[in-house]
Design a protein around this ligand. Sequence first.
Ligand code: ADP
Ligand code: ZN
Length: 745
Amino acid sequence: MFCQVIIDIVHENVASPFTYRIPDGMELEPGQRVAVPFGRREKEGIVLGLSEDCDLDEARVKDVLRPLEDYAAVPAELMELAGQMAEDAHCPLAETLRLMLPAQMRGGRVRVKTERTARLAVPPEQALAAADSEKRSPKRASLLRILADGAVHPVRELSEEVKDPNWALKKLAADGMILLSDEESLRTPGAVFAQPEDPGFTLTPGQEEALDEILPCLNGRGGRFLLHGVTGSGKTEVFMAAVRKVLSIGKSAVILVPEIALTPQMVAWFRGRFGPVAAVIHSRLSPGERFDEWRRIRRGDARVVIGARSAVFSPVRNLGLIVVDEEHESTYLSDHHPRYDAREVALRRCGNENATLILASATPSILSFAKARRGDYMLLEMPRRVQDRPLPEVEIVDMREELENGNRTVISAALRRALRDCASRGEQAMLLMNRRGYNSFVSCRSCGYVVKCPNCDISMTYHMVSEDGLLRCHYCGHAMQPPVTCPECGGRYIRYFGAGTQKVEEEVRRILPGVTTGRMDYDTTGGKDGHAKILEAFRSGRTRILIGTQMIAKGLDFPRVTLVGVIAADMTLNLPDYRSRERTFQLLTQVAGRAGRGEQPGRVIIQTYKPEDPVIGYAAAQDYRSFFEDELQRRRRGLYPPFTLLARFLTESPKEEAAAAAADRLEREIRALAEAHPAWSRKLLLISNDTPGVKMLRGRSRRHVLMKILVSREADEMIAAMTELARGEFEGTEVWFEVNPTTMM
Ligand code: ADP
Ligand code: ZN
């Protein structure tokens, strides 16, 4: 017998499988990991297939050294998925196979943990009789009495009841009374499970209707749903009911959540809901714990998995359901190699395995909603909050007027009053100040005018770090001097936006001395439990006002929050990215949804220099539909996804000239490709070749070549050809090719 093995090396020349002989007596199956000789070294690989014979010179075929586990680490369904993903991404199978295993398993960095255990080898009556007649050793007698319950007892546990039991145990084993063995033990984090509980809600009509559609699909060939429900409409309860059904018919479920949602409370709540059949995969697990959770899933002991995007690759048995909660989150896009979109993978997997997919959000991504409209997903809507709680009242404050009234601080008079009221009632508030990165935009404080690129209709970015002090467009590279006076109103208050959360916190402390504040942003959430601690302090009420970046907007349920303030809504709106309108809408709607989730109604204040912007209006009204229609039109006109694919080559080199030369060469090659394929050139819309927003990263100069490719039959061929281009040899320069990158910086 022979087998084809994918070697765990990501390199062009090693991309196809290698054939090995299976020695007599060794049994292997596809998906199993093996150690094989490779060149002069030993390598790990995964068995792709088996065959009776091989068409190579048999004398030169080497033997498999040994299996690494006695089971297939990658089950058949995931082998298939890895193959499809490699094909889609035009990348080696070894690369996508890596996604299917806990990283620590490769190279044997984690091992199965074993524990010494003891159990009875004789009937319990015999053990008890022996204990009674055991006069010489009270230790042996006690051990026999304990073990007479017939269960497997870890020695560690026995030693809590009987001091130093080892010698006595050895004697009992030698006498044939008991068996000692090393059993696999699981490092199940938080090993104490609460009893599964069902909150016993009466479902709302919206929840009923959604479940009427979903539940029948779970038995059969599966369904695809987009669950669009306003914040607080009880979406979680819908998919919990679906999960219960899936478990009751012997299938498994995977629930994907943004990493930020995997707070200790969430983990505890989830365990409480499902008991030991639940596995929770989050970034605070140690490698050993992660591996053990993976094994529980692989063995079928855990049948509900909750985790961040990589949990989509969980080796669950008999998949019945995948839920993607807060599906609009950009964390579902991985930006490491190989890049993938967990929503697309989930869709693929559900199709392969006849499982049901539910994407859920209060603010679905434009791409998902467009798909639902096309009929790819069935749209389920829940427009009301549970118990008919009102949606929060949203007030828009025009910061230009604040300035006219002489208020130059970041907090408007209205928000200041609301904060004081809120504090005096002993309630909690959240303030959002979304400031990402070091770049900011340039705007006139008197009229709200924002400097935009003449070519792209995207706001220009001021580079604090740039030597030339110019404004630059991240899309086309256009550069200009920043204006001294406003080109619109002639005003002299040109502002470089860049104020951060820290400044807001200082201001709040000045306004409300003695009120405790917490701050959550990249600076304060470092460390293992950074953000968990900040959230815990807020949940317990120790901090009254939580100030933070978009981190605070995501799916957190704090019933005592009655006021939400958005310090500068324009901040995300003016980011130089075609998705900034979508992100702003999502952010404002989500953050507004944090208010009034308990008994008290909520109030939301959005501060902006641009109150007339429709995005702000749609968010204030929580009007997703109008926002969607408006945005889709805009994308169609501007030739952005979902109508096109944005693609770019990124080159990086310690030498500026080398990065530039690589980009120039790629541009020539792209043009040559387009000339050779007239059908392609009609679908290839824009080529620019310039420095990206981040010119320099870790001391390396960067360049990029940007393209828009019309969604078409030819698109995939073009992508394949461009992927090939990126694999060329570039002297001292690294080249990446990305389609719809998460960032254009
Ligand atoms: P969403 O995810 O849609 O924003 P959640 O699922 O967080 O909303 O639900 C909001 C709150 O309503 C939660 O505290 C939840 O426990 C509660 N809830 C959900 N369904 C019901 C119901 N049918 N009756 C009463 N309360 C419910
Ligand atoms: Zn531009």
